[in-house]
Design a protein around this ligand. Structure first.
Ligand SMILES: [Mn+2]
Length: 344
């Protein structure tokens, strides 16, 4: 299958997806429903679905796997879109990484992050993501919030200075991915505003390296509007990466296909990204549901891609003059109707 290219998009036009999108169907209530596909064998599946940019955690593609991963990426015409250290899978991070009470665990987290910086560049990615994973608390007063915040600042400062000193202008850019809860009852960096505030408290010398990776489902879990969260990132000049999916109301993180639950809002998101001439990678963070058979494991990507293509193309045809006119006349219900007419 040829790579899918998004038409009339600034910058990178290929689509991104994580190797973890094609898992074995395990969830907190039951084991796998499909054989586990070795991570490097998933690359051909991603390529077959039309993906250009792959993403992986350090526990999926480790430093020792880099030569083989590069060989396979070349073979399938794939590029590394993003790399991220897992601060959640290893039991050592059960109570957080940078915010752990244990100084040895914090040192381990920093070492993993530093290794991930090297691997990110070795794999050819320009973006490294930090998801707050287990940085948070289940019980009040289990952590001192102010102390935890300072530990996050210290940790990100250390990573930023390592990258700047070793790589200078070649340093990757770091994108923080907020999430309100799950796996912890309450998580630090729970929303975009909080992450932007943390960035504002980093050492000014490395602040330009840090931005945001907003994810649809993570905003919707908290009942927040994803489009506004993305607009806020754009306003701050911090939309470094994007994780697209959908979410059926709030509840747990569902990682459903992009465009499924809120297509009108997703079309409006495309309008905003088009008008901003955003040049980053449109990437999916979706999860093949455990009910899908092994042969259908990439359906989650194919449906997300088709929905993105349809919504992006409809967004290109949205009359910006009509939006401006209805805005100035404060005809907001009519605006909603106009957008619906573009979609349906
Ligand atoms: Mn994500």
């Amino acid at each position: 299958m040829p790579k899918i290219m998004i038409p009339q998009k600034a910058g990178k036009r290929g689509i991104g997806a994580g190797v973890w999108n094609l898992g074995s169907g395990r969830d907190p209530f039951g084991g796998p429903t499909r054989p586990d596909i070795p991570v490097l064998e998933r690359l051909s599946l991603l390529a077959d679905a039309g993906i250009t940019y792959i993403e992986a955690h350090d526990v999926e593609i480790a430093a020792r796997d880099v030569p083989e991963a590069k060989r396979l990426m070349k073979r399938y015409g794939l590029k590394m879109g993003m790399y991220t250290p897992s601060f959640f899978a290893d039991p050592v991070f059960k109570d957080g990484a940078m915010t752990s009470h244990d100084a040895d665990v914090r040192r381990q987290a920093l070492q993993n992050a530093i290794t991930a910086v090297d691997v990110t560049l070795d794999l050819g990615a320009a973006i490294m993501v930090f998801w707050n994973g287990r940085e948070g608390f289940d019980f009040v007063l289990a952590k001192n919030g102010r102390e935890s915040f300072h530990r996050l600042i210290d940790g990100f400062n250390a990573v930023g200075h390592y990258a700047l000193k070793k790589y200078g202008k070649r340093a990757p850019r770091f994108a923080l991915e907020p999430k309100p809860n799950e796996p912890r009852a309450n998580m630090y960096l729970s929303n975009i505003g909080e992450a932007l505030y943390l960035i504002s408290r980093l050492d000014p010398a490395i602040q330009p390296l840090f931005g945001i990776n907003p994810e649809t489902a993570h905003s919707r879990m908290a009942g927040l509007d994803y489009l506004w969260e993305v607009e806020l990132c754009l306003e701050a000049g911090k939309l470094f990466h994007i994780h697209l999916n959908s979410q059926d109301t709030t509840r747990y993180d569902q990682d459903m296909p992009f465009g499924y639950t809120e297509p009108l809002k997703d079309m409006a998101l495309c309008v905003v990204l088009q008008d901003a001439k955003w040049d980053g990678i449109l990437a999916f963070d979706v999860k093949a549901p455990r009910t899908d058979r092994p042969d259908d494991i990439t359906d989650i990507l194919r449906v997300s891609i088709s929905n993105l293509q349809r919504l992006w193309n409809r967004a290109l045809k949205v009359d910006r003059g009509q939006i401006a006119k209805l805005r100035s006349q404060q005809q907001f219900t009519a605006l909603a109707g106009y957008l619906a007419s573009c979609l349906y």
